[in-house]
Write a protein that binds this ligand. Sequence first.
Ligand code: ATP
Length: 239
Amino acid sequence: MTQLALEVVGVSAGYGPMEVLHQVSFEVPGTSTVLLFGANGAGKSTLLQVIAGLIAHSQGTIRVFDKPLEKTPAYKRVALGVAYMSEQGIFPELSVDENLRLGAMHAKRHEVHERLERAYARFPDIASRHKIQAGSLSGGQRKMVGISRALMSDPKLVIMDEPSAGLSPKYVEDVVHVLGRLREDGISMLVAEQNISFLSIADSACVLEGGVIRFQGTAAEFEGNERLHEAFFGLEGSH
Ligand code: ATP
């Protein structure tokens, strides 16, 4: 049986008295890519931040590679192999190199070098700009920095918040391609998105509506579901 990269069971969370996630359950099987679809305000960012340990949950359990996370602070989740990429993903005032090094804060010096080399081999476009302020790069290049920074901790599971946010369709295509390559490298991914293009590199999809999981199935099942298909292909900016 495939080991689960992530198992979320009955998780509720919110902000003060306002509950935003209601008994959310879903899973990411090992070495697979799961898309978390949902409109603005559905609770995607909240859910990712709960998994990353940045927001506490009031109910339920979260396991990563069979390890329960309840007593694990955010920085220790990185050591367990979980990397989180926020929508912004980078520190714009720092150089590309500094951004990447920050992603490997707990690594040994030789590991940092190896990982930097791997990152620059993977993304030659940012390699040639490694001393430049990340904020001055194009939208697509900034995403590559954000993704590379997440990979610098050598994660087994990457959770990404809307990697397509703010990108033109051409850059979205580039990001989809990059995630497709990471998937081939065997990295498990949970990708929160509103853009249907990401379905092409997903093994399965979950749909979050009003803080409740309404669907989890294969990418083909998602495409075959008329209601979901219409709702998401109809979303503005989804092409
Ligand atoms: P978006 O793509 O617009 O960020 P989302 O699906 O990621 O949408 P969340 O950002 O998780 O949704 O927001 C879910 C709900 O929680 C919304 O009603 C939002 O207003 C609320 N919310 C988000 N962040 C906070 C916060 N820091 N304090 C209070 N409420 C918040």
